[in-house]
Design a protein around this ligand. Structure first.
Ligand SMILES: NC(=O)c1ccc[n+]([C@@H]2O[C@H](COP(=O)([O-])OP(=O)(O)OC[C@H]3O[C@@H](n4cnc5c(N)ncnc54)[C@H](OP(=O)(O)O)[C@@H]3O)[C@@H](O)[C@H]2O)c1
Length: 218
């Protein structure tokens, strides 16, 4: 499942990547609870570097999930990432064949780097297919994944029918610019949009939408 906290105009961060905090404390706690209910918590490379999240469950009682980063074309600065310092092991998925930097000696033991044979997206850019990501993680003992952003990563899972459930939190905030929650292929008709079954909840004055893609039957 995935979760994003967004503004009323569908932004998850300012253009420069600042996103703290769009939502209220109740949502942060909710996100920590969701982390604790899954085997792994996964983020895209931009979220890992811009947010530098700890990915712990410190606001609730429970066990920390295994952090997973999807590394793309750019190299991450692993020395700076808090999650690597905090967790025993962090899984880094990267496109097979990529010329990667050598992992720093001091944190080498804490990173399980797994290559995945990349495919091509609509713009011929190499991507890791969500089905391959899920398969590799399953082979490594992970059977439930909480995808915590950012927008590009969640969009790619959504677009490939790889999400069972999406939690979208709405904060009463407008930016008028910023990084989008969703970037999907252009459609020519409303019927081609992704429609959901929906429940909504009040989270201390803000709204959480629980969205079930129409084709899913959970
Ligand atoms: N409000 C919220 O709930 C929330 C949650 C999380 C993050 N955020 C914010 O969102 C922003 C980052 O989101 P974003 O949408 O810009 O980026 P993102 O989804 O965090 O990361 C996207 C990047 O990750 C790599 N990647 C992800 N999936 C991949 C795949 N399947 N195959 C290959 N590479 C893949 C690529 O890296 P390369 O570019 O290196 O190829 C891609 O450009 C930050 O500002 C953060 O603060 C907000």
């Amino acid at each position: 499942m995935a979760h994003l906290a967004q503004t009323l105009d569908g932004k998850i961060a300012a253009i420069n990547g600042d996103s703290r905090w769009i939502s209220n404390e109740a949502n942060l706690k909710h996100a920590h609870r969701l982390r604790s209910l899954h085997d792994a918590v996964m983020v895209g490379a931009a979220t890992a570097s811009l947010d530098n999240p700890k990915l712990t469950v410190r606001l609730v009682t429970g066990k920390n999930p295994i952090p997973v980063i999807i590394e793309g074309q750019k190299d991450l600065n692993f020395d700076d990432l808090q999650m690597i310092a905090i967790h025993e092991k962090t899984i880094v998925l990267y496109p097979q064949g990529k010329q990667r930097q050598k992992l720093p000696e001091a944190i080498k033991e804490k990173i399980l780097a797994i290559p995945i044979s990349p495919g091509k997206d609509a713009e011929q850019k190499p991507v890791l297919y969500p089905a391959d990501i899920l398969k590799v993680l399953y082979e490594n003992g992970i059977s439930s994944i909480f995808l915590e952003g950012g927008g590009q990563t969640v969009s790619y899972f959504l677009q490939t029918d790889s999400l069972n459930l999406l939690h979208l939190h709405f904060a009463p905030l407008l930016l008028g610019s910023g990084r989008s929650s969703f970037t999907l292929p252009v459609v020519d008709s409303i019927g081609e949009g992704v429609r959901f079954q929906m429940k909504h909840f009040d989270l201390e004055g803000e709204i959480l939408m629980e969205l079930l893609p129409n084709h899913k039957d959970v």
